[in-house]
Ligand binder design. Sequence first.
Ligand SMILES: Cc1cc2nc3c(=O)[nH]c(=O)nc-3n(C[C@H](O)[C@H](O)[C@H](O)COP(=O)(O)OP(=O)(O)OC[C@H]3O[C@@H](n4cnc5c(N)ncnc54)[C@H](O)[C@@H]3O)c2cc1C
Length: 444
Amino acid sequence: MPPHKVIVVGGGIAGIACALAMSRELSPFVPNLQITVFERHEVLSTSGGAINLTPVAQRHLAQLGILAELDRMGPDGGADVDAIELFSMRSGHSIGSIDFTDQDGNGFGGYKGRRVMRIVLSMALMNVVECTRNVEIVFGKKVVGGAEINDQAVVQFDDGTEAIGDLAIGCDGVHSAIRTRWVDPDRPSEYTGMSFLQATMPSDSVSSRIHFHSSALNISRHGSMLTSYCDRDRQQIFTAAIVQFNQDDFSRYRLEPGQDWSTQHRIKGALRDEIRSRFGKSAIPCVREMVESKADWVLYPVYQVRPGGKWCLNRAILLGDAAHAMPPRDESAAYALDDAILFARVLARYRSEPLVEVFSAYEGLRRDTINYAFKQSRRMWDRNRDMGFLEGRLKEWMMPFSLRSHRDEREAAWEFDATKIDIPTPVPSEDMVSLHSFLRERAP
Ligand SMILES: Cc1cc2nc3c(=O)[nH]c(=O)nc-3n(C[C@H](O)[C@H](O)[C@H](O)COP(=O)(O)OP(=O)(O)OC[C@H]3O[C@@H](n4cnc5c(N)ncnc54)[C@H](O)[C@@H]3O)c2cc1C
């Protein structure tokens, strides 16, 4: 029997995409399908700044109807990104680019990159859910644990209530409760040693010439600084410094709800000083101006989940960051979307099989890709740690070669389409094999 009551934990990219993809794939076979997404926040979170969507992410968002929704939002629906240009903060010179278009200026499979505020993407996800039969989202439900009881998936909330389903899907991000309290308690999230310091500012508050077309990564030996438009009218600039940051210092730099005015004022000042000390001498005038601006910087420590752990038990599976959060390199949201679409397709194809067969087929399609992606992001990420003078020069000098040598691999990855991956044919379960051989023996 295919599952008809599905619990999704987490209303982020993976959770909503998975709910929408399952609705599309399973509805034709499961008329009474009921998918409930439980999200811990009471309302959509406005934090998180802007996110870059790669061509693969855009393709998958388009397939789920979310890209059309973003486009309907007008200029706020995000800035088109043809390329992320790379600049040296030391010399101010260009040192290459990550191109989201081919030589003729076309996107990969029709899609380029896009930078959009996270809150806008969340609103687009919610708008599509609202129009989707058999998917419901419940806010203000924080999951604190889960168990398999009487052949059912049971998730427990912090208000003492429970939800029961045939299947639970943990899409609750890097610190996932479904992972740490149920599926794989031995795999906590771990700090990567690097953090983002982010701010958004009006473009017209910057008077120097903007040195990039839509998006730039400005590198130095004290970390990198992303500068990007995040709306179609280029009214807003999103900037994120990717820097090595000591975990012991978090308490001195983290803005928390409930802090008094003077604490907030002190933290904002300290973050500004941190940014200034790293990038205040940049050779790029507009970067210097952004660094000196009165913008409120916010610290986002970046966590990861080591690869190789468990993704599933009998009735629960992890998708997206809950399963495999890796240091972000503009691709992670795409992996969450790939997971969601592939899992829904496998579930539909294996609908007559036990869930463990579904999970095993899905893992078979996904593990190697994720392990490889993790290794690649770790390698790229390490380039942002603090370096000495010579190592910094070497990094800068090597960058164009590195960009060129990984170009084909990058572009091939952007052609990926989770709706076109061949799903292996289900192998009949033991019972079915015995039944078939019994029938064969009985046959005249
Ligand atoms: C600073 C930073 C910048 C990034 N920039 C990019 C980028 O530019 N491009 C890119 O592709 N990727 C980027 N990423 C990575 C990307 O954000 C994630 O890979 C992606 O959001 C994963 O989606 P997800 O749905 O798995 O997890 P999340 O987006 O984390 O969503 C998890 C959801 O679960 C909810 N939740 C958590 N715990 C519970 C609970 N106990 N009960 C109920 N609900 C719960 C959360 O509130 C949230 O809504 C970045 C990550 C960071 C940290």
